[in-house]
Ligand binder design. Structure first.
Ligand SMILES: [Zn+2]
Ligand SMILES: [Zn+2]
Length: 369
């Protein structure tokens, strides 16, 4: 057992280098995770480019969707978390204080006493190993863990995060009911996750949009239950008109807006929803001001919700979907990389690697070890 831990450290925009850190000493209240896999999402791309995090210049280990095997665990931590060495767990980004009013009333994502975030905290905070792009991750006493069946291949089990987003945004925030018509704008891994969750929640007709370059993702979405796919963008179709045709003018009960950066889909989302429908917004627009027809929200009596990440309930339900074995999730996984290829993995998901059609990409830090 090496007493050093290798990690991919981001030292600046598009600059990731491998460094070694001392293996942390574990006490009664904490533990050490051997990271099996860490999924990559659109936020990783923005963080990699230096667009997120307010232009931070300090060094940190990215990777905020870590999953692995508990290698060491203190007695009290084992009891509190209900885990033992050898168990597989997924981690949430947020490490709440578990004591404040927000935490105690179930709003732990709003905890204001947070000092640690997985994939966020800098290496200057001991013992540095807070990100998923590392051989080991330090399990700090307040970390939020979810157990996952370890017989499931790592690249599938690590979909707990994109599927969790699908569950949280479509089923929970969208409050999808039996037979509901759902429109998902954006065919990334989370868009497809939303299709899976919508169908699992009992949706009737599910429609998903994507760019011409997303044809492989739209084909996958159909395999996972989407009834209609709409190609948008240059030369593409008019989303609102297509939804009108598909629904015979009824429009959608729930619309999810998941597209990155583009402003147009926001208006499409409002126009595609029925009177009294729900619109869930989860596509970040780079902090820009976006033109918004607020009259549509008023006159259609729409409920518009902002989706902030995945919460505990969403995560648990997604893990249940994965463990059910009912979905051919392996079809979503396109790329596996080792720790030394962390930057390449992020560039792949970003679509910067010619000839690659990524959907779900993950880094497996102990792959070559
Ligand atoms: Zn993410
Ligand atoms: Zn708190």
């Amino acid at each position: 057992m090496s007493d050093m831990v290798r990690a991919a450290v981001q030292v600046g925009p598009r600059q990731i280098e491998l460094r070694e850190f001392p293996r942390p000493q574990i006490g009664p209240d904490d533990g050490l995770l051997r990271v099996e896999a860490n999924g990559i999402c659109g936020s990783d791309v923005e963080i990699f480019k230096g667009h997120m995090g307010g232009g931070r210049t300090d060094a940190f280990i990215p990777g905020h969707e870590p999953m692995g095997i508990i290698e060491e665990i203190g007695d009290r931590a084992a009891e509190r978390w209900g885990v033992q060495p050898g168990d597989r767990v997924a981690l949430e980004v947020i490490v709440p204080c578990r004591a404040c009013k927000n935490c105690l009333t179930g709003r732990y994502q709003s905890c204001r006493n947070r000092t640690i975030g997985h994939g966020v905290t800098g290496i200057d905070t001991a013992p540095s190993l807070y990100g998923g792009f590392a051989e080991h991750l330090y399990l700090t006493p307040n970390a939020v863990l979810h157990k996952i069946d370890k017989t499931i291949p790592a690249e599938i089990a690590v979909m707990f995060n994109p599927l969790g987003a699908g569950v949280r945004w479509a089923a929970h925030l969208g409050e999808i009911g039996l037979g509901d018509t759902v429109v998902v704008l954006g065919a990334g891994q989370r868009g497809i996750g939303a299709v899976i969750a919508a169908k699992a929640a009992g949706a009737g007709t599910v429609v998903i949009t994507g760019l011409a370059a997303d044809q492989h993702k739209l084909a996958l979405a159909r395999e996972f239950g989407a009834d209609h796919t709409i190609v948008v963008g240059e030369g593409g179709e008019d989303v609102v008109e297509r939804v009108r045709e598909i629904t015979d003018g009824e429009m959608a009960d729930v619309v999810l807006e998941l597209t990155p950066m583009a402003a147009g889909p926001l208006t499409d989302a409002l126009l595609a929803a029925r009177h009294g429908g729900t619109v869930v917004l989860a596509g970040l627009k780079g902090n820009r001001e976006i033109p918004l027809r607020t009259d549509l929200i008023i006159n259609r009596a729409l409920t518009v919700k902002g989706a902030f990440g995945v919460d505990f309930a969403g995560q648990e339900a997604a893990i249940a979907l994965i463990e059910s074995g009912r979905y051919p999730l392996e079809k979503l996984h396109t790329h596996t990389y080792g720790l030394e290829d962390t930057a390449l993995a992020i560039e792949t998901l970003a679509g910067e690697v010619p000839g690659e059609d990524p959907v779900h990409v993950s880094v497996h830090p102990n792959l070559s070890a």
